[in-house]
Design a protein around this ligand. Structure first.
Ligand SMILES: Cc1ncc(COP(=O)(O)O)c(C=O)c1O
Length: 432
């Protein structure tokens, strides 16, 4: 059976006279065959306004690790509603959330909450500059740290614009950026310790920010010794090491990538899975750095910071994730899904690669060899992949066009089986 999406297409087109493109984030623009209009979420499913029930692997772009309507999170938010909405003061629930983070996340001696990953990245950058008195922020090619002017550089540069490996170009990801914002950010290729070391030895970098497991362009594990080397060189050069765990945090392990990899950054930022769908983000890190917000009044503000509803969701979510059993259960099913996809690609003789972790992995077409950094996959067959996700949607499976697959606890064995079957049909239709 192939599903149709005409009601969504019509509604989005109509709404474009009111809302640019009919969508409220540029990442929702131009999805094939149409951006969807959703009526409700339930477990692993989304129900759209065409009446389709879709197995969802977007999971809100990552947050919904417990599924779309986990009782413990919904109940906690409902209970919190009875106490009022916003206090511009402290409440016990935010201290509980901070204590949970402190228990789970190795670097989290101190914690502050905000509402989006983009915001807490800015807080981390400001702390790094204040702590070191240096201006330059170093980021890695292909990594995404939010949509603000000083970090949306070389996020997904076309091959022709990337520049050399020794001096990657600064490629703006949007028109309208402050051209000067690019002056204080420098770009290195990821998973290359020698080049990073050469750059950091110049001694002018305030902070190095990276996704410790690269999840925005592909899902790429650090090579053996790389992250340990990054930690050592940052310490030796007085560079603040910032892990952007907005995707990996609470998703790949209760303590995030830093606990999985056994390397502790100076600062780390979190979002997405922290509150299973409520708009919560956090910055966590070394006490002496975080306390600069007090001792030197390094500015971190926000009307909605530590919003009580978000904090209730955070406590419920982190409590559910704390012992790691959710991750273990997702891992078994995620591995089955990854193996199922790889087998189908092999049997149908489609060049493609499935790599990453079972809680978040990536399918790349047109590439067979292991992918170590952005450049290894820049020439992947993205058009073919969009054909594949379009066909998958017709078979009731919603997966990101960029290749990522997010899993939740609600994706049970039957859902995994149905997905593998749909994948086989979609590959046959779109790629063979
Ligand atoms: C690694 C990473 N950092 C930061 C962000 C920005 O977070 P937000 O969209 O909550 O502003 C994202 C969003 O996808 C992300 O993946």
């Amino acid at each position: 059976m192939t599903m149709t999406f005409t009601a969504s297409a019509r509604r989005v087109a109509d709404a474009a006279s009111l809302v640019p493109g009919g969508v409220n984030s540029n990442f929702r623009l131009g999805i094939s065959p149409t951006p969807l209009v959703i009526a409700r979420g339930e477990g692993p499913y989304l129900h759209d306004i065409d009446g389709n029930r879709l197995i969802d692997y977007y999971l809100g772009m990552g947050p919904m690790i417990l599924g779309h309507n986990p009782a413990e999170v919904i109940d906690a938010v409902r209970r919190q509603l009875d106490y009022g909405l916003l206090f511009a003061a402290q409440s016990e629930i935010e201290y509980q959330a901070a204590a949970l983070m402190n228990r789970l996340v190795p670097c989290a001696e101190r914690v502050r909450f905000s509402c989006s990953g983009s915001e807490v990245v800015q807080a981390a950058i400001r702390l790094a500059r204040a702590a070191t008195g240096r201006a330059t922020i170093l980021k890695c090619e292909g990594h995404y740290h939010g949509w603000f002017d000083n970090v949306v550089w070389s996020v997904a540069p076309p091959a022709a614009d990337m520049g050399s490996v020794d001096a990657p170009a600064h490629v703006p990801a949007s028109p309208g950026l402050d051209p000067k914002a690019g002056d204080s950010v420098d770009v290195v290729v990821w998973n290359d310790l020698a080049r990073l070391e050469t750059r950091l030895r110049k001694g002018d970098v305030a902070g190095l920010i990276m996704e410790p497991i690269m999840c925005n362009q592909n899902v790429i594990m650090p090579d053996a010794g790389y992250i340990e080397g990054v930690r050592r060189v940052c310490s030796e050069t007085g560079t603040i090491l910032i892990f952007d765990e907005v995707i990996t945090g609470f998703r790949v392990a209760p303590g995030g990538a830093q606990s999985l990899l056994g390397v502790t950054p100076d600062l780390a930022v979190f979002g997405k899975a922290i509150a299973n769908g409520l708009p919560v983000a956090a910055i966590a890190g070394r006490a002496d750095l975080m306390d600069l917000m007090v001792t030197r009044r390094v500015m971190h503000g926000g009307t909605y910071n530590a919003h009580p509803l978000g904090m209730a969701a955070t406590v419920a979510t982190l409590t559910a994730l704390a012992d790691g059993s959710v991750h273990d259960r997702i891992a078994v099913r995620g591995r089955r899904l990854m193996e199922g996809f790889q087998t189908i690609l092999r049997n149908r003789q489609v060049a493609g690669r499935v790599q990453g972790l079972p809680q978040v992995f990536h399918v790349t077409l047109g590439v067979r060899d292991p992918i170590h950094n952005y450049r290894d996959q820049v020439n992947a067959d993205k058009a073919a992949y969009v054909r594949l996700t379009t066909a998958l949607l017709g078979h009731g499976v919603r997966a990101l066009e960029r290749g990522a697959w997010f899993l939740s606890l609600a994706h049970d064995d039957a859902v995994i089986d149905a997905t593998i079957e749909a994948f086989d049909h979609a590959v046959a239709e779109a790629l063979v």
